[in-house]
Design a protein around this ligand. Structure first.
Ligand code: ATP
Length: 236
């Protein structure tokens, strides 16, 4: 199996007002092609720092990061066209429809308009595409955000807490959407601090605590190890 994402020895210390704060401490993670991979850890464990580092938004102190086999940030320009990401809540124009929103984004990104309907279909918004975004539920807005990241037809999709705030129905829709994407060959990495979300949505998981990997593998195995007390990290 090819690793779409490889992280080794990732270290990052923030210089905060109250003194240095170590966010990542030799963290490692491997994600194989076609997986929906959960990146699970309590609040403040280092998930966002990791994802932002992968996208070149944060400079690490040390570490070896590879996306699609290429080192980042050195070769980020060569891989970024293949990476879709949502690492903070995107702001949409509330008076635009989902289709107009995506159409604008496709134009701005020099991408073919044919991808707009394709992305709407994949996230299950095609029937509601003409409605204004301001009438959308949180789950629909999250799916529109995913659709915006899909316009690139990425090989790797990185989502920071995409299920945050969703009700059980919204989480099931997220699961179905991720299953469709991975069936189409896409690799997804999504972060969460809620064990039940990852259990429902993901195939494999890496658990992070205090900036270190504490467990990784198929979801069922890792969560079994966690519930039997072999993996010691407090999760919701
Ligand atoms: P959450 O689920 O709350 O977003 P997280 O797992 O994504 O948490 P990070 O946001 O990466 O964790 O934070 C890791 C650690 O680094 C935390 O202790 C956090 O307080 C600290 N941290 C994050 N960003 C900064 C910053 N800009 N300056 C100083 N410390 C920071």
């Amino acid at each position: 199996m090819t690793a779409v994402l490889e992280i080794q020895g990732l270290t990052k210390t923030y210089r905060a007002r109250g003194g240095p704060r170590r966010a990542l401490d030799g963290f490692e993670m491997y994600v194989e092609a076609g997986q929906v991979h959960g990146f699970l850890g309590p609040n403040g464990s280092g998930k966002t720092t990791t994802l932002r580092t992968l996208l070149g938004l944060i400079r690490p102190d040390s570490g070896d990061l590879r996306i699609l086999g290429r080192p980042v940030p050195a070769e980020l320009p060569q891989v970024i066209a293949h990476v879709g990401a949502i690492v903070e809540s995107p702001q949409f124009f509330p008076h635009f429809s989902a289709r107009d929103t995506l159409s604008l984004l496709a134009d701005a990104g020099n991408l073919p308009q044919s991808r707009v309907d394709w992305a709407l279909e994949l996230v299950g918004l095609r029937d509601r595409a003409k409605e204004r975004v301001k009438t959308y539920s949180l789950g629909m807005k999250q799916r529109l955000a995913v659709a915006s990241a899909l316009l690139k037809q990425p090989k790797l999709l990185i989502l920071d807490e995409p299920a945050n705030g969703l009700d059980p129905g919204g989480i099931r829709e997220m699961r179905d959407m991720m299953a469709t994407l991975s069936a189409g060959g896409m690799t997804v990495v999504l972060s969460s601090h809620i064990l039940g979300e990852v259990q429902l949505i993901c195939d494999s998981v890496t658990i992070i605590s205090l900036g270190r990997r504490v467990a990784a593998g198929p979801v069922a195995e890792v969560l079994q190890a966690h519930s039997s007390g072999q993996v010691r990290v407090a999760l919701e």
